[in-house]
Design a binder for this molecule. Structure first.
Ligand code: HEM
Length: 412
């Protein structure tokens, strides 16, 4: 196996921005490009953005779970993707996503409990209410699924979990949208960066006030949990709580919105599967997992090499940045038979969409549960659901895959 931008064969291997949602072809449909990469250059040195890209399931799976690869961007060599693009504000408190043990373990331990499966199940009835109320408010006819359903449901759920007043929900979505626009991306418009910085400051200020309120009057919400949890005499500082709230919003809002949008797209493009799900609602859990595999809301995760490591004869030195394509791994035929087929009865035992190892997504149960309840509400409300005339647009957010708008038509 070789690694290079000029593999043998007549077509050059795509690289740099071409392998991100900033490129129009990749944005619309990354899968043929990722398939080609997996077949011709499964370990690809993207010298433009300073990262090694892995597209095979077995490599992605190993890298995510191997403690020899770390996450703190301060351990990456300068000029690499992790060092340059992951932590723009070097003075900010890093969220757990960008920390290593023991700091990572400590934070995760202090935040983890409300995300456990049983805690999430306790939220299911409330989530069902939110999803049903949201779709009940939509008239028959054409509507933008992102604006009317996929955006509001996760925003309201996470805001309620954090214990945020409902009058602030819209503000929340705006802040996270502005911040996500410049997160994990190599190309940033200075105006977007300034807007995102202001959003971040406003959000931090807002959370500081919320923390103060909870300190005086604890409630049954996630911020109160973070303020009052003490483990072996240890507790989170205010800055740490703010940073985790930031991550929960950023990691939890957009991704679940994208899961609902991508899932609806898959169901409309595969009417036989939509019909099957309507007839057999007990398939809902499997259907959501299949959406996660087929069109993952997070397309990439990353790690940093801690000790020189050799893959297929290629030695990658310490400090280099690795980018693992979750989207490509999820469609690797070595693991998933007929991977481009959307099949809601598929047994997805090796899903990469939530990453892996110690950083495995904390919100995996929550986002699945939200999507299950939202699809159920949507299909019940509209016995006929099809494409609208307004089309769709995929967002130019590297590392994520989702839509800015998606017009559908619902009929009772
Ligand atoms: C469909 C929805 C979601 C997807 C596809 C997703 C995906 C991911 C991925 C790929 C990672 C990185 C894992 C790694 O590198 O090994 C991650 C981490 C994380 N996610 Fe999610 N996520 C989703 C929803 C959520 C939600 C709803 C929340 C919380 C409200 C959340 C909270 C987190 C946190 C806190 C981390 C960092 C965990 C750590 O570093 O230990 N995610 N997620």
């Amino acid at each position: 196996m070789t690694s290079s931008t000029t593999m043998p064969g007549d077509r050059p291997i795509p690289t740099g921005v071409q392998l991100t949602a900033l490129d129009p072809a990749f944005r619309e449909d990354p899968y043929p490009i990722l398939k080609d990469m997996r077949e011709r250059a499964p370990i690809h040195h993207d010298t433009e953005l300073g990262r090694w890209i892995f597209t095979r399931h077995r490599d992605v799976n190993d890298i995510l779970r191997n403690p020899n690869f770390v996450s703190d961007p301060r351990k990456a060599n300068s000029g690499t993707f992790s060092a340059e693009f992951l932590m723009r504000d070097k003075d900010a408190e890093p969220s757990m996503l960008l920390m290593d043990d023991p700091g990572h373990r400590r934070l995760r331990e202090l935040v983890r409990r409300p995300f456990a499966p049983n805690a999430v199940e306790a939220w299911r009835p409330r989530t069902r209410e939110i999803a049903r109320r949201t779709v009940a408010a939509i008239e028959d006819g054409e509507f933008d699924l992102i604006d009317r359903v996929a955006n509001p449901v996760p925003t309201v759920v996470i805001a309620e979990l954090l214990g945020i007043d409902s009058s602030k929900h819209e503000q929340f979505k705006t802040w996270s949208g502005q911040m996500i626009k410049v997160a994990f991306t190599p190309v940033v418009d200075p105006a977007d960066l300034a807007t995102a910085q202001l959003a971040q400051e406003n959000m931090m200020e807002f959370f500081r006030e919320e923390i103060e309120l909870r300190r005086r009057k604890p409630g049954d919400d996630l911020i109160s949990h973070m303020v009052h949890t003490v483990k072996d005499g240890d507790r989170l500082s205010d800055n740490e709580i703010v940073s985790q709230c930031d991550l929960l919003l950023l990691a939890g809002n957009l991704t679940t919105t994208d899961l609902i949008g991508n899932g609806t797209m898959a169901l409309l493009r595969h009417p036989d599967q939509q019909a099957k799900l309507r007839k057999r609602p007990e398939l809902m859990k499997k259907a959501v997992d299949e959406v996660l595999r087929y069109d993952s809301p997070v397309t990439n995760s990353g790690r940093i090499v801690h000790e020189d490591t050799t893959f297929d004869g290629i030695t990658i030195p310490r400090g280099e940045s690795l980018s693992v394509s979750l989207a490509a791994a999820n469609r690797d035929p070595a693991v998933h038979a007929d991977p481009d087929r959307f099949d809601i009865e598929r047994e997805n035992t090796s899903l990469q969409s939530f990453g892996g190892g110690t950083h495995y997504c904390l919100g995996s149960h929550l986002s699945r549960m939200e999507a299950q309840e939202t699809f159920a509400a949507l299909l019940d409300r509209f016995p006929s659901l099809s494409f609208g005339t307004g089309g769709h647009e995929y967002a130019a957010n590297p590392s994520f895959r989702g839509m800015n708008y998606f017009w559908v038509e619902g009929k009772a």
